[in-house]
Design a protein around this ligand. Structure first.
Ligand SMILES: NC(=O)c1ccc[n+]([C@@H]2O[C@H](COP(=O)([O-])OP(=O)(O)OC[C@H]3O[C@@H](n4cnc5c(N)ncnc54)[C@H](OP(=O)(O)O)[C@@H]3O)[C@@H](O)[C@H]2O)c1
Length: 349
């Protein structure tokens, strides 16, 4: 029997499919030749049309995008075609997008980012309003299922530089130092959050949340008068990197945690990892499937990218892998330095 993707019940009763196809295929090549496009550093939105189509074929129904990725139109193209052909209904899709990303200079696409340090809270609010409306218009399928604030402040994000010391706080793979909270940025975060609350109350967004927020960022939203507690916080999480303090806070406060980059962006050599390989052979699975099953077993929603149908099908099958306690103990031991990942939320002020 083929596996099905479980739903995660959000605190407002919305059901979110636990596996999402990401739409940020990324090149990280260090040198760039404009003539051949080789060495380009940034996203490949042109790959998204096919990968989202394959994801639907595989049985995935949750698509994760962001204004920054410039993949709204590709996602919209596939979903509208599916609606037009009567293949699926709007209610069958779960669409997540994100606004409020700091400038990512390497990509030179400032109209998708927000330079909050150059703006008043009112200006941040107005820009988030505009970006939510652009997102709804670009996706063009009515409401959005989940909208996230992408990054709590500048200093991180794709193509950005981390601030802070980056030592680990909670587990071998995370960092210890928490950058001091900047009161001006705090005021801008709540201004941005109020905009998401506005569209949520109107029904344009079925759920709202955050991404790359740590527990203090989240608590400050509530202390500063948020009427809606974030339904989801999306953070980088894999067998190699965990932020236990954030996860604990979210669980205690009814915030679902969504893990991004579960395969270490494909550069961590999971296929050769001895622990993953041995647990995989015990379950007749691949190392990647075990790494994914570990996250699902811990109750995370997971957003991964793949351009391959077989990989997507295999990732859905990972929902049925039943890890035992000894597997989980071994997998917990895989945490390692997070220096390869995106900046830790704890480096963001
Ligand atoms: N909120 C945020 O700030 C944030 C940040 C980064 C990413 N994201 C979201 O998360 C998504 C995924 O992140 P990501 O692409 O950085 O990381 P990822 O999903 O960890 O890595 C993608 C790579 O993993 C490979 N892969 C897929 N399934 C696999 C398996 N079972 N075993 C081994 N390798 C496998 C894919 O290769 P093949 O194509 O060959 O299958 C691809 O190269 C993004 O597209 C985006 O939507 C969010």
């Amino acid at each position: 029997m083929s596996a099905t993707v479980p739903n995660i019940l959000l605190s407002n009763g919305v059901r979110m499919p636990a596996l999402a196809i990401g739409t940020a295929p990324l090149s990280t090549s260090p040198s760039h030749s404009p003539r051949s496009h080789q060495g380009y550093v940034g996203f490949f939105p042109e790959r998204v049309t096919r990968s989202v189509r394959l994801a639907l074929d595989a049985g995935l129904r949750h698509v994760d995008t962001a204004l920054l990725y410039r993949s709204h139109e590709q996602v919209a193209h596939v979903i509208r075609a599916s609606l037009m052909e009567g293949e699926l209904d709007r209610e069958d899709f779960f669409l997540t997008s994100k606004v409020l990303h700091p400038p990512a200079e390497a990509f030179g696409m400032d109209d998708t980012t927000i330079d909050m340090d150059e703006m008043t809270p009112e200006e941040v609010g107005r820009t988030v309003h505009r970006h939510v409306q652009v997102t709804l218009r670009e996706l063009g399928v009515g409401y959005l299922d989940l909208m996230l604030l992408h990054w709590p402040s500048p200093g991180g994000g794709v193509g950005g530089q981390a601030e802070g010391d980056g030592d680990g706080e909670d587990g071998a793979g995370a960092r210890t130092g928490m950058a001091e909270i900047d009161p001006a940025r705090r005021a801008k975060r709540i201004a941005a959050w109020r905009v998401l609350e506005h569209y949520y109350s109107m029904g344009w967004l079925r759920a709202i949340g955050t991404s790359n927020f740590h527990e203090v960022h989240l608590q400050h939203l509530m202390d500063d008068g948020a009427r809606v507690r974030p339904h989801v916080n999306q953070i980088e999480t894999s067998v190699y990197i965990r932020h236990d303090g954030i996860v604990r806070y979210c669980r205690e406060n009814g915030i679902a945690v969504s893990a991004f980059s579960p395969f270490g962006r494909g550069i961590m050599g999971m296929e050769e990892d001895g622990v993953l390989v041995s647990i995989a052979s015990k379950h007749g699975a691949t190392p990647g499937q075990v790494a994914l099953a570990y996250l699902l077993h811990q109750g995370f929603a997971v957003t991964f990218y793949s351009g391959k149908l077989e990989r997507m099908r295999g990732n859905i099958e990972a929902c049925d892998i039943d890890l035992d306690e000894s597997d989980v103990d071994k997998l917990e031991g895989l945490q390692r330095s997070a220096s390869w990942g995106l900046p830790s939320p704890y480096t963001l002020s």
